[in-house]
Design a protein around this ligand. Sequence first.
Ligand SMILES: Nc1ncnc2c1ncn2[C@@H]1O[C@H](COP(=O)(O)OP(=O)(O)OP(=O)(O)O)[C@@H](O)[C@H]1O
Ligand SMILES: [Mg+2]
Length: 237
Amino acid sequence: MIHFYHVTKRFDQYSTALHDVTFHIEKGEFVFLTGASGAGKSTLLKLILRQIQPSDGQVVVNGRNLKSMRRSQLPFFRREIGMVFQDFKLIERMTVFENLSFILTVLGIPPREHKKRAYGALRAVSLHHKLNAYPLQLSGGEQQRIAIARALINEPLVIVADEPTGNLDPDLTQEIVQIFAEANMRGSTVLIATHDRELIEQSGRRVITLDRGRITDERVAVPQRAPRVESIFGIGG
Ligand SMILES: Nc1ncnc2c1ncn2[C@@H]1O[C@H](COP(=O)(O)OP(=O)(O)OP(=O)(O)O)[C@@H](O)[C@H]1O
Ligand SMILES: [Mg+2]
C-alpha cells in the first residue's frame, strides 16, 4: 500500500532529511514511525502525501507512482488519504457539523448525506452530542478527536498521522489510538509518527525507526504486560 524504494530527500546541500530509505507497508497494516526530533518522520509523511517530492528514488502509494502522477490527479489521490496533524485546524467560526460538512463538500459528497456522515464520524470518536458546538467550546482533546473524525470521515484507504497524541494525557492517548485501531479494523492502512515510547511499547504493532534519515530498526513492539501463562509454566518457546 505504501512503498519506498531507495528514497533520498535533500532540502539543500547541508540538510539531507532521508537517506536511501526503503520499506513496504501492506494493505491493512498498522505501523508506527518513530525516531528522535529531526530524524525525518514528518518528511517521510509529506512524501506519502506528495506535499514534497523525493530527490532520488520512488514512492508508490495505493498503486500510484507519485513521481509520474499528474498534477490533475492529485486531488483524487489525496481523497484516498486521511491525514491528521498535530497542529490540527478546525475552523473556529463554524460549528463541528459545519466543519465536517465543509470537508464533505470538498470530497464531493452530496449535501443530503452530510448529516448522516457527520453523525457517523462523530459517533466513532464518541462526540456525536457536540454536533452543534463551536470548536472553542470544546477541550483540546475534544478538538483533536473532531480533527481525527474529519480525517476519517471518508473511510480513507490510508491514514497518515503526525504526532496525533502530542500534548494529550495518557487516557486520551489510548482513546485516540483506539480510534485509529477501529479505522484499521474497518480496512484502512494506518501509519502514525510518534515520539511516545510508551505508546509504541504497549502496542504490539510494527515499528519503523528512523535515525538521522536512515531506517535503523523495523520490528514488532512486544507489549510490556504481565508474563504470558505459557512462559510462567515453561510451555512453548
Ligand atoms: N523545508 C525544509 N527545508 C530544509 N530542511 C528541512 C525542511 N524540512 C525539514 N528539514 C530538515 O530535515 C530534517 C528532518 O526533519 P523532519 O521534520 O522530517 O523531522 P522529524 O523527525 O519530523 O522531527 P520532529 O520529531 O521534531 O517533528 C531536519 O534536519 C530538518 O531540519
Ligand atoms: Mg515531525
